[in-house]
Design a protein around this ligand. Structure first.
Ligand SMILES: Nc1ncnc2c1ncn2[C@@H]1O[C@H](COP(=O)(O)OP(=O)(O)O)[C@@H](O)[C@H]1O
Ligand SMILES: [Mg+2]
Length: 336
């Protein structure tokens, strides 16, 4: 069994991100004058340790540095600083043995459109040295597992996005890699296929494999990861089991309140309510209240609001979640 480790990884890009990369803005207009080289700090000292046999989640918003981390760990992106290992092997210096033990599903499917699904799996197997009997056996099993058997001999050109995504994952598993990287594996999948994928990921892990998956979907990170790291701007902001992380949100519950007017005295009063752990003003007329209870606070909040002349306009209550933890750390929503 093989683990993953990074130490103080840094990545600075010196060119504008390709269109479609995380956090990227659309290509800039071509100006007359030369612009200075951009410096985009994608990773700012990221140290991770993923145990062999673990499902580890990298959760973060667009542009957080998830794909860059996966790129470095899979030999496709050269780090600007720091080190990365797959098992005993330094990823950048020992690319060949690293490539042998990893499987990768990139964020954007990169399948050859002029091949059939079965050919894609078979060629991949051949590339990794599987004999023809083994190739056929594994390809059949994976096509079946990913519900692609009836499309096996059709060209990928005509596949839907979800079918291509399933085939990309099947291909990455074809050589039975010890370590599997899945970069936003369920983006664009319908809910039913997403559940199928979750089942397959768990199954694969139960056969002793290490899995690193990235997602900006907190439910997915929560459902699949043994442990996860929340990253933002190339830095780790929280690390732990989903349960521990959720329990680390003050109180657990988050009440997002919006009032008719801005009232600092009201916020002060809210701080005094039983069960309220933290109150943060949100511009212009709101507050985020972290508390150890949810709905039962509302009557008291409404009464306080009315007596302060700041009517309660909107309430949103959420239970302990990774989303709340992210919000608590960054003041931003993962969904934004
Ligand atoms: N090839 C690239 N060239 C320049 N900038 C990049 C490139 N790839 C990513 N970036 C930038 O690096 C940051 C991190 O991107 P990325 O690792 O793709 O984040 P995520 O996968 O979490 O969305 C973003 O600001 C993104 O625009
Ligand atoms: Mg990405």
């Amino acid at each position: 069994m093989v683990g993953i480790r990074t130490h103080d990884l840094r990545k600075v890009y010196n060119s504008a991100p390709p269109f479609g990369a995380g956090g990227g803005s659309p290509p800039a207009q071509r100006g007359k004058q030369k612009k200075p080289k951009p410096e985009i700090v994608a990773l700012d000292g990221l140290s991770l340790e993923v145990a062999a046999g673990e499902v580890f989640g990298l959760l973060g918003p667009n542009g957080a540095g998830k794909s860059t981390t996966v790129g470095i760990l899979t030999t496709r992106v050269q780090p600007t600083g720091g080190q990365a290992w797959i098992g005993e092997h330094d990823v950048w210096k020992q690319q060949v043995p690293v490539k042998r033990v990893i499987g990768v599903v990139a964020q954007r499917p990169n399948l050859d459109f002029s091949l059939t699904a079965r050919e894609i799996l078979a060629f991949h197997g051949a590339y990794f040295g599987l004999d023809s009997h083994e190739r056929t056996k594994r390809a059949d099993a994976l096509l079946e597992r990913f519900k692609l058997t009836d499309r096996a001999d059709q060209m990928v050109r005509g596949f839907s996005g979800g079918m291509m995504q399933r085939l990309s994952i099947a291909r990455a598993m074809m050589h039975d890699p010890q370590v599997l990287f899945l970069d936003e594996p369920s983006a664009g999948l319908d809910p039913q296929t997403r559940l199928l994928l979750w089942e397959i990921i768990r199954e694969y892990n139960h056969s002793g494999k290490t899995i690193l998956l990235t997602t900006h979907n907190m439910e997915e990170a929560d459902a699949l990861s043994h442990r996860l790291a929340i990253i933002d701007h190339g830095r780790m902001i929280a690390l732990g089991t989903p349960g521990d992380l959720k329990a680390s949100v003050p109180g657990g519950y988050l009440l997002r309140l919006r009032f008719g007017t801005n009232s600092p005295e009201l916020l002060e009063k809210l701080r005094s309510l039983a069960g309220v752990r933290e109150v943060r003003p949100v511009e212009p007329n709101g507050a985020d209240v972290y508390a150890d209870r949810g709905g039962s606070l509302i009557p008291e909040v409404a009464t306080f609001a009315a007596s302060s002349g700041a009517e309660l306009h909107d309430v949103n209550i959420s239970e302990p979640s990774l989303e709340n933890l992210f919000l608590h750390h960054t003041g931003r929503s993962l969904r934004e």
